[in-house]
Design a protein. Structure first.
Length: 252
């Protein structure tokens, strides 16, 4: 059996048979291919290998298309919590020190683990429970009036991208203030783009030094769109600009 030949594997057989068959070929969770076992009655899908690396997602996909039960057993998913792998994927980043995943995912079970960017040049020494991510792609910061619609948000993003000569598929993440975490139009726009929306805290935003003034000062913030970019990107390539009820800034 050469698992490397496949991106994903669905085994229609008992979990015990799958485990015994796979054992000689397993190396580590970062390189093993995701495997899902499906019973012969097509009633359930069990992620056996690579839960956080595609197997959970595959089981849920099978559940949505075939009506079977996705028996997801990873602790963070069972508790409806984020995991390090999901955060990295949402940021379009790779995990440099993979050995930190166990401690970070255990922390996710108890609390929201903050995501911070350190801007260099710096030398950083981290403990074993600190994950280091290496990211790429654009960070699009968004501010908006209450009740803004998804088409308004998408139109603003597209205009800003056009002005910078960039495209949607270059976006890594969207970023905004925690105040907008339940703004339906912004959440729908993120979903339509297939991108993660990071909602930053007041402290994270106010620790930045944006170039342009913002009406968000009325809310005790130095801004939203531009500070959000500065907090997560290496550099600002498109300062905040208003497009109707939406403001957009871009960094990379």
């Amino acid at each position: 059996m050469v698992l490397e030949k496949y991106e994903l594997l669905v085994a229609v057989m008992a979990v015990g048979i799958v485990v015994r068959s796979l054992c000689p070929y397993l190396k580590d969770k970062w390189t093993d291919r995701p495997v899902v076992a499906v019973d012969s009655a097509l009633s359930c899908a069990v992620p056996v290998v690579g839960g956080h690396h595609g197997a959970n997602e595959l089981a849920r996909f099978l559940a949505s298309r075939m009506g079977l039960y996705a028996a997801v057993t990873t602790a963070t998913d069972s508790s409806d919590r984020l995991c390090l792998e999901e955060v990295a994927a949402g940021l379009g980043a790779t995990i440099v020190n993979k050995e930190s995943s166990k401690a970070v995912n255990l922390a996710f079970l108890k609390e929201d683990v903050p995501v911070l960017r350190l801007k260099g040049p710096k030398i950083v020494i981290v403990d074993e429970d600190v994950a280091v991510l290496k990211s790429w792609g654009l960070v699009v910061g968004i501010g908006a009036r209450k009740g803004v619609s998804a088409p308004e948000v998408l139109s603003a993003i597209d205009e800003a991208l056009s002005e910078t000569g960039r495209k949607r598929d270059e976006i890594a993440i969207l970023a905004t203030a925690w105040l907008k975490s339940e703004e339906e139009g912004m959440l729908e726009a993120a979903q339509l783009l297939g991108k993660e929306m990071i909602c930053l805290s007041k402290d994270a935003l106010n620790s930045q030094a944006p170039r342009t003034a913002s009406r968000a000062q009325d809310l005790g913030l130095c801004g939203v769109a531009e500070p959000a970019v500065l907090a997560l990107a290496s550099k600002l390539i498109f300062p905040k600009k208003a497009y109707g009820r939406v403001t957009v800034a871009i960094g990379e």
